[in-house]
Design a protein around this ligand. Structure first.
Ligand code: HEC
Length: 138
């Protein structure tokens, strides 16, 4: 490779990395349509919500923050930033969509299909609903 070829290669690589970073920051994470139809088997079940809070503290708060604001200590430096679970953007999604995201994961967030049972992931959905309530017992 001569100098010009090297320069062109460097520019191409830089543009690729830059666009990958921009895409990561701007494209919203959307669950597939059929996820919306999946019903929450523990909806309005207070015991399940309380269990969800415990799981959230153990597995999620490190990135999403204790109150779900997306400000956990391990989340500050991530791109994209962890979602604010109290926000309208999250609360406007169906239980099925939120469940699908917890199940599937998306880097830098892991999939929770293996470490957590189906029911535990639904319990987390219940607790995320609590985080969206104004003065809830978070
Ligand atoms: C390593 C840090 C990390 C941990 C731990 C983590 N998350 Fe996330 N989470 C993220 C990041 C970063 C995003 C944003 C991903 C994106 O938008 O591309 C995210 C996004 C989400 C979303 C989707 C928000 C949206 O855009 O619709 C949900 C739901 C979610 N997390 C739930 C959880 C739950 C529940 C747990 C615990 C079981 C958890 N997360 C643990 C980092 C984390």
């Amino acid at each position: 490779m001569n100098t010009i070829e090297k320069t062109i290669a460097m520019i191409a690589i830089s543009l690729f990395l830059l666009s990958a970073t921009l895409i990561k920051q701007t494209v919203p994470w959307v669950a597939p349509k059929d996820a919306d139809a999946v019903k929450n088997p523990v909806k309005d079940n207070a015991t399940a919500t309380a269990d969800g809070k415990k799981l959230y503290t153990q597995y999620c708060a490190v990135c999403h923050g204790a109150k779900g604001k997306g400000d956990g200590p391990a989340g500050i430096a991530l791109t994209p930033r962890p979602a604010d679970h109290s926000s309208a953007r999250i609360q406007s999604q169906t239980d099925g969509a939120i469940y699908w995201k917890i199940t599937t994961g998306k880097a830098p967030m892991a999939s929770y299909k293996v470490p957590l049972k189906d029911e535990q992931r639904w319990e987390l959905v219940n607790y995320i609903r609590e985080l969206g309530k104004p003065a809830a017992k978070k």
